[in-house]
Design a protein around this ligand. Structure first.
Ligand code: FAD
Length: 503
């Protein structure tokens, strides 16, 4: 086709598409009711973004079986509260940043204490208070690997940040793969199929660096080693950047704030089944709705919804929602999750366990571990309360602190006696924390049915607060565009180039 003929035709088709979208939008009523299952950061941010897209008239119910916040939760120890689940936020996590600002909350900057990496016998790497000594140690032991890692993570973040522009311009994605592809092309999607170990080896990092530095980062952030997929591996490495922060008062405050701001109704109950039902309308036609069944203190309740967003992992151990009479059937769609136990101990750490003979100057306050099978912990670090500490609770002896220990199994008394010289309070939280990452990873679908969306599909690529928030915004946009037939806003190719010309 000649260019002169093609241009008017293209214009015509663009105009026709816009007219069609406008007509569909006018013809279609807004949805009456939307259900969100789960009031973690995913569910509450979904309600917030759904409200922005669909307006004030739609009723949004968030059905939650436990506490608002989900995996964002604190434990109380001797009058202070500590983050027990999702704790650390990256400075470039723009959705979390925006929520905190818009909700009038305050960020709490996290002081990085001195770090040691323990291999079961000795520290393979130990930070000093002196910058020059650290630089010397890093170069002596690992050459330029640290510098290259910094550049590698920066490059990944540059691509990752594209999602915020796409979402600002209202673009959405129908699969987790297409969302990742729009951010980082084949490079991002390919990372789902190989381990972070292989990814970094291919990029020229040394095996010693991967074993001593990268694997411990995976163990503290995801309870797993460098065999996790290359995408979550990169997210985990970004989680070791400087400038990390949390929310003053507890990260879960973001969830209660979003719940309030979204004007959604919190319904206390456990969703047990979802079934499609066809109902007659006043105008004589029919409408297809979802019947959501949930158990409450007062017995089972059935409610009808136009759209359902599932913002909780669909795995048998956590969530046994039955999808009734769907063809093809919808079943538990996620792979198993990994158990991580968080144990909080107020006491004096036993430095000799970490190879420091008495009397010992033990300066590290964050200990990560290499992938040593005899080790029963993944990490141990001293933690600060989510609010500034009052005088009365500051321990007089500075070596008596609150420590958070991550382990794959609950710690026994024997373990605690090994790790601590003395202790006087212990609190344990057991989590089905994040997916077991075993590449190649198949991403669960986002669209489970015409109007049923699965927010936690994205966790199979990487689990983090910001990932849930990104998925929440994507689903708000996707469900809106699908409801009103705006196909031009879904799964568009070459967005980087297109947005350059749209600006
Ligand atoms: C120990 C630990 C440390 C972590 N550290 C970090 C970190 O430092 N930084 C970071 O970004 N991320 C971290 N994460 C991951 C982060 O916490 C999660 O990715 C995020 O909180 C997931 O939020 P979500 O809303 O998608 O899911 P969830 O928080 O799990 O919310 C799902 C909600 O759904 C509810 N629910 C489930 N089934 C039903 C049902 N049938 N009916 C009604 N309600 C139901 C649950 O009760 C829950 O409240 C960590 C996680 C853990 C466990």
């Amino acid at each position: 086709m000649q260019i002169s003929a093609a241009v008017p035709l293209m214009f015509l088709s663009v105009i026709l598409c816009s007219l069609r979208a406008a007509a569909v939008q006018e013809l279609r009523h807004p949805p009456n009711r939307i259900a969100v299952v789960g009031a973690g950061i995913g569910g509450t941010s979904a309600a917030y973004f759904l409200r922005q897209k669909f307006g004030n008239h739609v009723q949004i119910d968030i059905i939650e079986k436990g506490e608002v916040g989900g995996r964002l939760s604190t434990v109380e120890m001797e009058g202070n509260h500590y983050e027990a689940g999702g704790a650390v936020i990256h400075p470039l996590n723009l959705h979390m940043k925006t929520f905190v600002k818009e909700l009038g909350l305050s960020p709490r900057h996290l002081d990085a204490g001195l770090l040691g990496i323990y291999n079961g016998e000795e520290f393979v790497f130990q930070q000093s208070e002196w910058l020059l000594i650290n630089l010397f140690k890093m170069i002596w032991n690992y050459g330029l690997n640290f510098l290259r890692m910094y550049m590698w993570v920066e490059d990944m973040l540059d691509k990752f940040m594209r999602i915020y522009r796409y979402q600002t311009f209202d673009y959405s994605f129908s699969t987790t793969e297409s969302l990742l592809h729009a951010m980082g092309g084949d490079d991002f999607t390919a990372r789902l199929n190989v381990t972070i170990d292989e990814t970094l080896q291919k990029s020229g990092f040394s095996q010693k660096f991967i074993d001593d530095i990268v694997a411990p980062a995976m163990r503290v952030n995801y309870g797993q080693d460098a065999k996790v997929n290359g995408f979550v591996g990169a997210v985990s490495l970004a989680g070791c950047d400087s400038g990390l922060w949390a929310v003053e008062g507890g990260n879960k405050l973001v969830c209660s704030g979003l719940l309030y701001a979204s004007k959604a109704q919190l319904v206390k109950g456990t969703v047990t089944s979802i079934e499609e039902k066809v109902r007659p309308t006043k105008s004589g036609t029919t409408v297809s709705l979802y019947e959501v069944k949930y158990e409450t203190d007062k017995g089972p309740i059935l409610d009808m919804y136009d759209i359902v967003v599932i913002a909780a992992p669909l795995i048998k151990e956590i969530n046994n929602i039955k999808f009734l009479n769907f063809d093809p059937p919808i079943e538990a769609v996620s792979k198993p999750y990994h158990q991580t136990v968080a144990t909080f101990v107020h006491g004096r750490i036993n430095a000799s366990f970490f190879g420091c003979p008495k009397p010992c100057q033990f300066s590290v306050s964050e200990i990560l571990t290499t992938n040593e099978p005899t080790l029963f912990i993944n990490s141990i670090g001293s933690v600060s309360p989510v609010k500034p500490v009052t005088e009365s609770v500051i321990s007089k002896a500075s070596d008596i602190k609150v420590w958070k220990v991550f382990s794959p199994e609950p710690l026994t008394d024997e373990h605690l006696r090994l790790l601590f010289e003395s202790y006087h309070a212990v609190i344990v939280r057991n989590w089905m924390a994040y997916p077991k990452y075993t590449p190649p990873e198949k991403m669960p679908p986002i669209i489970l049915h015409r109007g049923i969306y699965y927010l936690n599909s994205i966790e199979m690529a990487a689990s983090a607060m910001e990932m849930s928030a990104i998925s929440a915004k994507n689903i708000a946009l996707l469900s809106y565009h699908r409801w009103y037939g705006k196909d031009g806003q879904i799964d568009q190719e070459n967005l980087v180039e297109r947005l350059k010309s749209e600006l």
